[in-house]
Write a protein that binds this ligand. Structure first.
Ligand code: SF4
Ligand code: SF4
Ligand code: SF4
Ligand code: FES
Length: 349
């Protein structure tokens, strides 16, 4: 690290050094200092809307948001004090009072935050008259759980550049909706679900998720829909997939997924899914068979074509959903067993 680019300042009585341009929140995280956040997402520009991350800065008239304050040489910052705890608790209480706690299928950041601060769930239910039914199959919204942190709107603008969500109005009249109050299907929304992934309260949630995420077992894997190789977590309950997510900071995708990676998993348990090989019988109808019989029919067919028209009359195309090992085995089959170089993968184009 080039020390010219570093700044050093005092955090909770200790001297810390961060890179120029880094925020106080980044410094707190580097030193393992717990500061609660709600409107912050490392993948988005600093916002400073929720005030949960307030810290004391010597010389400043009031606490400043750590997520939006850039560290500067000589600062003296206090991240934990009875006053800060009181302010954070008050902010959490205000949010908990105004909003219900979400739908239960997403980690509920607001409740987590309130728990950390020792604030119990508030019994008051915020009756938001704006119901937000949408005819799309994937995204749902619970307005009562929305704390108007704008993470969803900012994610859509900054990451997806879709501007399919908007924050309308101000103060107690403010609300979130798809742009112009249209259905997502009539906006530029790509149904990536990123707004769901960044929502800290579960106000935006998946229509098709069937179990609270805390009750699921997550298995890290790689999306097979295309060659980008996004890292994802497959959530299962009772041996069945119930949700796909991706953790921020993981893989080349940093927690982002497209609509196929995030939402296209129902085929796994679909009743129409083929689970046995099929071959045509004498009447030309498809019927279930064993892999041995299916393979021998393939060998018979390819051998007959090769004998009549030569090996180069045969070509092999691998799906982009195959693994590298699958593709390797396919080219081996083409070159060594059949004797042709006519082999390609659609992931290569
Ligand atoms: S699903 Fe993606 S594109 Fe659609 S509103 Fe959410 S972030 Fe924007
Ligand atoms: S829907 Fe979620 S992410 Fe969007 S403003 Fe409300 S709480 Fe924040
Ligand atoms: S999530 Fe989308 S972009 Fe990523 S590997 Fe899967 S299909 Fe490709
Ligand atoms: S997390 Fe810093 S103001 Fe919201």
């Amino acid at each position: 690290m080039n020390s010219d680019l570093n700044v050093s300042f005092e955090l909770d009585g200790k001297t810390v050094e961060v890179q120029a341009g880094e925020t106080l929140l980044a410094a707190c995280r580097k030193t393992c200092t717990e500061v609660p956040t709600l409107c912050h997402d490392d993948r988005l520009d600093p916002y400073g809307g929720c005030r949960m991350c307030l810290v004391e800065l010597e010389g400043a008239p009031r606490p400043v948001p750590a997520c939006k304050t850039t560290a500067a040489k000589g600062m003296k910052v206090t991240s934990q004090s009875p006053m800060l705890e009181r302010v954070r608790r008050t902010m959490a209480e205000m949010l908990m009072t105004e909003h219900t706690s979400g739908n239960g299928v997403q980690v509920d950041g607001l409740e987590e935050c309130a728990k950390e601060l020792g604030v119990g769930a508030m019994p008051i239910k915020f009756e938001n008259p704006r119901t937000w039914e949408d005819r799309n199959r994937f995204l749902a919204f619970d307005p009562g759980a929305c704390i108007l942190c704008d993470r969803c709107v900012r994610y859509c603008d900054e990451v997806m550049q879709c501007t399919a969500l908007e924050h309308v109005g101000q103060g107690s009249e403010a609300f979130i909706q798809p742009t112009d109050g249209a259905s997502f299907l009539d906006t530029s929304c790509e149904l990536c679900g990123g707004c769901i992934s960044t929502c800290p309260t579960g106000a935006l949630y998946e229509k098709q998720a069937t179990a609270p995420i805390a009750e699921t077992e997550a298995t890290r894997s790689v999306c097979t829909f295309c060659g980008v190789g996004c890292v994802l977590d497959i959530h299962t309950k009772d041996g069945k997939v119930v949700k796909i997510s991706s953790e921020e900071g993981s893989g080349p995708n940093d927690g982002h997924l497209c609509n196929k990676g995030r939402f296209a998993w129902q085929f796994i348990h679909h009743k129409d899914r083929l689970t046995h090989p099929l071959v045509r019988n004498a009447q030309g109808e498809l019927e279930e068979t064993t892999w041995e019989i299916a393979y021998s029919r393939v060998v018979e067919g390819l051998s007959a074509v090769k004998k009549k028209y030569g090996a180069d009359s045969i070509g092999f195309l691998a799906s982009s959903r195959c693994t590298n090992e699958d593709v390797y085995a396919l080219q081996k089959l083409a070159r060594s067993a059949v004797g042709t170089n006519n082999v390609h993968s659609c992931a290569a184009t």
